[in-house]
Design a protein around this ligand. Structure first.
Ligand SMILES: [Ca+2]
Length: 393
């Protein structure tokens, strides 16, 4: 069976990036990375190396086909990081951001057709009338410049305050783009379909609305909405086996959630939750109700999930060099308060196991590299890119 075009393009991107990384290593242009530590796990010892510690509160990252990483810093800068840890000057042409509190420049994603169109997508807290709101812009990466920047999505309304912007960007296999949002601490808007607050939205790459979105044609509903009743969703990944979206969100005090957002479903916030609302003293009784989709899993005490990725271990057929095959198919979650990676094994839509991989620092995001290694960002002023591999291979 021939895989769909978007999958073939993505495979080509990964393959080129792998070749570029291997070429850099073979030519000796990549010095030995700074050794950090070895962590004992159920899959054996995992080696953690530091690629750079020169990033200011890095938030999101993605690999380019040439093997370099594109990394956002919350303060509003976008940088390229090469395999040897060299950090570029800020990329010019990025949007102005509201960099305060949890706001700023957030996630970055590549267009599925990046090899030919060089388009990238940024999510960020956009300043404007009324305060700030999460927005998505796309532009063409030419050298170290972002050209033809166009805003393709704006969360409405913009409100005061600097909390709960979400957001992660994830392309679905059908070429649509999921944007996860937060409630902006506007509890009365989360269940209101006329606002994007507390929603996950689904758009086309040019910002237009897919005509099979669940609330299309419903009076007073924002057509971009995919699901509602979310608090602050900062993790999203597509299960490559099913093509389905998985997300994690922060609970109020306790009650972080893993969800499998389905079109039109309501995930309950703030009417029900598995934590304790600030100022309250008990979990709502009952913590969920039949009219809401319940979390697949929830955590108290919290893990503070800020990024997640399904790990395949084999980026291109046959290549498993330093990968961690025992983790293949697992969902890896970046934990801020957990100070590590939470590894979840799944059977269909059921979580069958959980392992904590302690790193000892707040982890903001986790992705898979073209070499099968795991790359993680640390949430620090001298933020790091860490590379995790199986030791002794
Ligand atoms: Ca919920």
């Amino acid at each position: 069976m021939t895989p769909p075009h978007s999958v073939r393009v993505r495979l080509a991107v990964v393959y080129l990036a792998l070749v570029a990384l291997l070429a850099a290593l073979a030519l000796g242009s990549v010095p030995a990375l700074a050794f950090q530590k070895t962590i004992d796990t159920e899959a054996g010892p995992i080696r953690v190396e530091t690629i750079t510690d020169e990033l200011n509160r890095p938030w999101g990252m993605v690999f380019l086909p040439d093997g370099r990483m594109l990394v956002t810093e919350r303060v509003g800068t976008l940088r390229l990081v090469s395999a040897d840890g060299t950090v570029s000057d800020p990329i010019s042409g990025v949007p102005e951001v509201a960099a305060r509190g949890q706001g700023g420049l957030l996630d970055v994603a590549l267009d599925p057709g990046f090899l030919t169109n060089r388009l990238i997508y940024l999510s960020y807290a956009e300043p404007g009338d009324g305060g700030a709101g999460t927005a998505v812009a796309r532009g063409r990466l030419e050298g170290e410049t972002l050209e033809d920047l166009k805003v393709i999505f704006q969360q409405t309304p913009k409100v005061r305050g600097s909390g709960h912007f979400g957001s992660r960007l994830t392309f679905a296999p059908d070429g649509t783009l999921f944007v996860t949002l937060g409630d902006r601490r506007q509890l009365d808007l989360v269940q209101d379909l006329s606002s994007h607050v507390g929603k996950i939205v689904r758009i086309n790459p040019d910002g237009s609305v897919p005509q099979d979105n669940p609330f299309i044609g419903q009076k007073d509903a924002q057509p971009e909405i995919w699901s509602l009743g979310h608090r602050n969703v900062q993790s999203a990944s597509i299960d490559p086996r099913t093509g389905k979206l998985w997300t994690l969100e922060f609970g109020p005090r306790g009650g972080d959630e893993l969800n499998r957002p389905a079109p039109g479903e309501n995930y309950g916030w703030p009417l029900v939750n598995w934590g304790t609302e600030y100022g309250g003293d008990s979990i709502p009784d009952p913590p969920t109700r039949p009219e809401f989709a319940d979390a697949v899993r929830h955590w108290t005490p919290v893990i503070s999930p800020s990024g997640a990725t399904f790990y395949t271990a084999e980026p291109v057929p046959g290549w498993t060099s330093e990968a961690i095959p025992a983790w293949s198919g697992d969902l890896l979650v970046a934990g801020l308060s957990a100070q590590g990676i939470i590894r979840l094994s799944l059977d269909g839509e059921t979580v069958t196991g959980e392992e904590r991989i302690p790193i000892g620092v707040r982890i903001r995001d986790v992705i898979q590299g073209p070499d099968g290694a795991i790359y993680a960002l640390t949430d620090e002023n001298n933020g790091k890119i860490l590379r995790l591999t199986a030791e002794g291979q």
